[in-house]
Design a protein around this ligand. Sequence first.
Ligand SMILES: [Fe+2]
Ligand SMILES: [Fe+2]
Length: 265
Amino acid sequence: MFPVRRYEEDFSELPRWWYGGDPVMTHYINGMNLVFPDGERFFIRSVRRYLDRIDDPGLREAVQAFSGQEGQHGAAHERQFRALESQGFEIESWMTWYRWLAYRVIEPSVPPIVRLASTAALEHYTASFARLALETDLLDPAHPSMRDLLRWHAAEEVEHRAVAYDVYVAVGGGYAVRIFGMVVATLTLLFFWRSATRHLMRQEQDLPRIDRKERRSKNKERFRRRAQVLREALWSYLKPGFHPDDVDDGASASDYLASIGRLHA
Ligand SMILES: [Fe+2]
Ligand SMILES: [Fe+2]
């Protein structure tokens, strides 16, 4: 069983544009980070709701470890939010709106099995993005404090990639609802991620327009890779016999965790 690790990171030295001095890529990833902590608490709620219907002791244990890992991720990302605020960014108004719309309006209006299916789909996405973080040079230009946070998070996403999916299957979830859950998950993820990124970019008043354009085209390759990962994740998930372990053997995560001496805790 994968362990729950405590993660301590110091963001006091985090530069404003921590991704190689590039505001577009910085806020693109910051935007995703703003969505994470409450999203991960939603994953925990969605999976634990079915805990009393899981007979397999191994899967019950995995749900506990999954909840522990996701809780730690949320807490670590929220520590980065405090660093953003100390740099002068206003994030609270966006967070209030996001929490209200996603978890007060959308979540209660969706049946629990669709919430679980959406969680399984989003966990497939995070595990797919995790491979970008661990297996490519994507995070090389990042400040060490963010690179370490994102690689640690990525490795644990790979470790627990199958938990929500296995719970979904164990409680009798079928193919049609799984795919519907993926549609809901994809639309809401892209909507809130884009909105969070825009909220942060709007606060970069001093950035000349031409500069923004240039930087966007410079990052074309990275955006193209994200689109490619999303497409591959989508296609593999559409297969009726899909299982997360079929597309990933977890080697990238265990190699990384071993390299920082955190494989076992
Ligand atoms: Fe996570
Ligand atoms: Fe996760």
